[in-house]
Design a protein around this ligand. Structure first.
Ligand code: AMP
Length: 432
């Protein structure tokens, strides 16, 4: 037999880790709800062109990392798994005419993204993001609000200090001249450029600034900075974003090289790092303004901003900081029986209790009562419902496994009694 394994760069979330993920997802949706974001769900795959246009054809994400689905002969379309959520959400915004709704339209999503990257610690081929998008607001106040929302998420998740790295990459008015200047700089250093970067120099020079190639670490610090070359309106916008952050008491670090890996950004860009962990695979989130994207995907010109936070990396950071994982759920009661073979009775009693909303396991193994009780104790159940001869009179024994006490209870009262005990911190079976 072959040994089957999860595909490279993916991993199974076993129950304990899935519970930790679930906790992050519920913090995310609760928090986003408080800020007025409504949940949306888009398909895991889209027409490849949505990403080529929406993310940019000359980007790592599209050129090297797109998970293309093998085309079927009858299909004329090319499909790809989503590498990031924004392009799909904006496609949905345009498709469903959300421009006619009161603006901004504030949307949130959590879910898996796919990038065909070289797997390593903190870099997976399937990873999860918490994403929010505020579409139809030019800022600058919402830019600060969204940064504050991300920081609140990290705090509620339990992370210690998180750094905000901030930049503005200008807009269609000031970026073209900057791009030419940047090209000129790298042309002067063309012999020092790695082959891929040389190839990109003429096609999309901004990408060189966030290249993962170590050779670029020496060249990039000397490159001209967009932050010094913003046009009047962009400079004003950037100053106002900073003033809003200041008024919220949020510290940030200006990061002139922060252009982000995707094409669609304009003006505000930001990334989040756990303090002291700045490595290549350590950003725990990032985002920015994308005022041109709605139009690129067929809508009217619409300013927008959003972020994507990496839930896998947040969990890794929480583990590194020893933040406790959520407790595993324990059953309130286990239904056991004196007659090992009477599984139908145990199943029936447990079914009624579950229908009443209680967390109850039925012991369905054909084994002695003593073994069934041992197993209930191993589960850390609070009660054992013991079915014996009394059932013919409509009664069962209810044993409090923590207190060691036991009493005869009518089956008809069982759900009510257990529910009350669950409410009063699992005590009080002996006195009611
Ligand atoms: P990006 O849009 O590439 O900046 O991604 C946003 C966030 O998603 C990053 O800051 C990471 O936290 C997370 N992320 C991106 N790519 C990966 C990956 N391959 N594996 C795990 N997390 C990732």
């Amino acid at each position: 037999m072959p040994t089957f394994r999860a595909p490279r760069g993916t991993r199974d979330l076993l129950p304990a880790e899935r519970a930790a993920f679930g906790r992050l997802e519920s913090i995310a949706s609760d928090l986003a709800g408080r800020y007025g974001y409504r949940e949306i769900e888009t398909p895991l795959f889209e027409q490849t062109a949505v990403f080529e246009r929406g993310v940019g054809a000359v980007t790592d994400v599209v050129e090297k990392e797109l998970f293309l689905l093998a085309p079927r002969t009858e299909e004329k379309e090319s499909w790809a798994l989503r590498p990031e959520p924004t392009a799909g959400i904006v496609r949905a915004y345009v498709q469903h005419g959300m421009q006619t709704l009161p603006q901004p339209v504030k949307l949130m999503m959590t879910g898996p993204m796919f990038r065909y990257d070289r797997p390593q610690a903190g870099r997976y081929r399937q990873f999860w993001q918490f994403d929010v998008e505020a579409i139809g607001d030019p800022g600058p106040a919402v830019d600060a609000e969204i940064v504050e929302l991300a920081l609140r998420f990290y705090t509620e998740a339990g992370l210690g200090t998180v750094e905000v790295h901030l930049n503005s990459i200008g807009d269609a008015a000031c970026r073209p001249a900057y791009v030419e200047e940047l090209k000129a700089y790298f042309r002067d250093h063309v012999s020092e450029l790695p082959a891929t970067e040389r190839d990109r120099l003429e096609r999309n020079v901004l990408r060189l600034l966030d290249s993962k190639d170590p050779a670029m670490a020496a060249l990039n610090p000397g490159a001209p900075r967009i932050s010094d070359r913003l046009c009047g309106p962009c400079a004003e916008h950037f100053a106002a974003v900073q003033a809003h952050l200041d008024s919220l008491g949020i510290g940030f670090m200006l990061e002139p090289g922060l252009v982000r890996g995707l094409d669609y950004y304009s003006r505000t860009t930001f990334e989040f790092y756990v303090t002291g962990r700045h490595g290549q695979q350590q950003a725990i989130g990032g985002g920015g303004r994308y005022d041109g994207l709605v139009e690129l995907l067929g809508g009217r010109p619409t300013p927008a901003i959003g972020f994507g936070l990496g839930l896998d990396r947040v969990l890794l950071a929480l583990e590194a900081e020893d933040v406790a994982a959520p407790a595993e759920p324990v059953p309130l009661a286990v239904v056991v029986g004196a007659d090992p073979a009477a599984t139908a009775e145990r199943l029936r009693v447990a079914t009624d209790l579950r229908a009443a909303g209680l967390a109850v396991r039925a012991d369905l193994a054909i084994r002695k009562l003593g073994k069934q009780l041992e197993s209930a104790a191993r589960d850390h159940a609070h009660f054992a419902v013991i079915i014996g001869d009394e059932l013919t009179d409509g009664q069962v024994q209810l044993r409090d496994l923590e207190a060691g006490s036991q009493q005869l209870v009518p089956v008809a009262d069982l759900a009510r009694k257990l529910a009350a005990a669950a409410k009063s911190h699992r005590h009080g079976v002996g006195d009611g």
